[in-house]
Design a protein around this ligand. Structure first.
Ligand SMILES: *Cc1c(COP(=O)(O)O)cnc(C)c1O
Length: 456
């Protein structure tokens, strides 16, 4: 059996997708039996396979099955699994120093990481950062900072948003299940306002912004709001791209009312959409940007970055944590930025879109159940509905995911109603891998729609 790491795919060779056992294979089944005894059932289990190793867009499970990965670990492995430069930076750093706690004894990679984020997040004012360990923790800190800066308490978020699994961020999510059910009381002072979703609401950006702003002004009062937290492209919500002008109107309203505008770029940031940060597509300049997922190239690191005067609102010792901006994770982040520059990965994300968009459009033409195809860069999606009723069709989405798994392709779902298939491949996925994955998507849709129709 050829192993991906020992036989790098070339343009003339196969994509290395290969299924050699039933799915799951015997070794995955064995690991699963051990898992269920000792791992909390609160941790979801989407795919029944266990990974052995992975490189770029290929993942090899413990049974030797090779999958083309369109999940990217939910948008984390943007520069590729085990990106050589990231691995080298990590190896080098691990041998030097793995921990001091930056607040006790500093190190260069933390500072370099903050310089890179200051340079590449939107806005040409002086910017500062704080590093933490997860996206949710970044959101927690953005809210803390905004409250301290404004002296206000209330937090505004949008319908269909997702911000994490801590107590505060669970309160900020649109979907109560599974993130908040039974875990309450969740943090208070969080207010949910209508979002913009041109596909389903048919509103212009101006109309949608008016609805959002009116809701917040009437229900909360602008002068009470510390921050408005918005994903420029809603991730878990189903890759919802707001109507033109919507985000700009929200930023203007925040400016006029002394509200801190926080752009949650945990999923959409770091080259994912063909720009460093998706806010750039909309021409908005947020006061604060949260980043995580893709910035560490697979290592856990997250940041809040933004206007220096806002970031400096906290008293010393108010921000941070034991592991925040760990030297190894910070070295990985620096390597990720270097990879984006040296390998032109913004253009690679655009290449992914240039291949995926026409094929997803053709898929939409071909299947009545595919109601929409959308996305930016390597953040693409299709939304499925029952063509007769226009109702969400999550059963087809689940069936596609299962069918594709057995064909050696990993797809993720999304959407408040579970009826979106989202594609977050590494931007270094090859053209051949993309096409092969999309061939499998098409075959899976055919099979899933037939199976669902047969059941009905
Ligand atoms: C994943 C995600 C988070 C939470 O990040 P974690 O690292 O899982 O805590 C927050 N916001 C958005 C937009 C996300 O996609």
């Amino acid at each position: 059996m050829t192993d991906i790491l020992h036989s790098p795919a070339t343009t003339s060779e196969s994509t290395n997708r290969k299924i050699v056992t039933p799915i799951p294979g015997p070794k995955s089944v064995e690991l699963h039996d051990r898992r269920v005894k000792v791992v909390s059932e609160g941790v979801s289990e989407l795919f029944p396979i266990y990974v052995d190793h992975a490189h770029d867009a290929l993942m090899v499970d413990v049974d030797g099955n090779q999958f083309i990965d369109f999940t990217g670990g939910i948008g984390v492995t943007t520069v590729g699994h085990t990106n050589d430069a990231v691995v080298e930076a990590v190896r080098d750093q691990v041998g030097k120093v793995t921990h001091t706690l930056f607040g006790l004894v500093g190190y260069e990679s933390y500072i370099r990481a903050a310089e890179l984020l200051a340079e590449h997040t939107p806005g040409d004012f002086p910017k500062k950062s704080v590093f933490v360990n997860s996206g949710a923790e970044a959101l927690e800190n953005a809210v803390k900072i905004a409250r301290k800066f404004t002296g206000r308490t209330e937090v505004a978020v949008l319908h269909h948003g997702y911000h994490g699994r801590t107590n505060l961020t669970a309160a900020m999510n649109y979907n109560m299940h599974p993130y908040g059910t039974g875990f309450g009381p969740l943090a208070g002072s969080v207010h949910h306002a209508p979002n913009s979703n041109p596909f389903s609401d048919g509103l212009t950006g101006e109309q949608a912004a008016k609805a959002t702003i009116t809701h917040l002004e009437k229900r909360v009062g602008a002068s009470q709001i510390a921050c408005l937290v918005v994903e420029p492209i809603q991730g878990e919500g189903g890759f919802i791209i707001p109507a033109d002008g919507y985000l700009n109107a929200l930023v203007d309203w925040c400016e006029e009312n002394g509200i801190v505008y926080v752009s949650d770029e945990v999923q959409s940031g770091m080259a994912r959409t063909g720009k460093y940060f998706a806010s750039e597509h909309f021409g908005i300049v947020p006061h604060l940007t949260t980043s995580a997922k893709g910035i560490g190239g697979g290592l856990p690191i997250a940041a809040v970055t933004g206007r220096a005067d806002i970031m400096d609102a906290s008293h010393s010792g108010g921000l941070g944590g034991t592991f925040g901006g760990n030297p190894v994770a910070a070295a990985a982040l620096v390597a990720v930025f270097e990879q984006v520059e040296s390998r032109g990965l913004l253009a690679e994300a655009q290449r992914v879109e240039s291949i995926m968009r026409p094929r997803l459009d053709a898929i939409k033409q071909r299947f009545d159940s595919v109601a929409d195809a959308r996305g930016k860069g390597a953040m693409m999606a299709i939304e499925l509905q029952d063509p007769a009723t226009g109702e969400p069709a999550p059963a087809i989405v689940k069936a596609v995911q299962q069918f594709a798994l057995h064909q050696g392709v990993l797809f993720l779902t999304a959407g408040t109603f579970g009826n979106v298939l989202r594609f977050l491949p590494s931007v270094v996925i090859t053209d051949e891998q993309l096409h092969e994955g999309l061939d499998v998507l098409e075959a899976s849709l055919e099979a899933a729609i037939a199976a669902t129709a047969a059941q009905a």
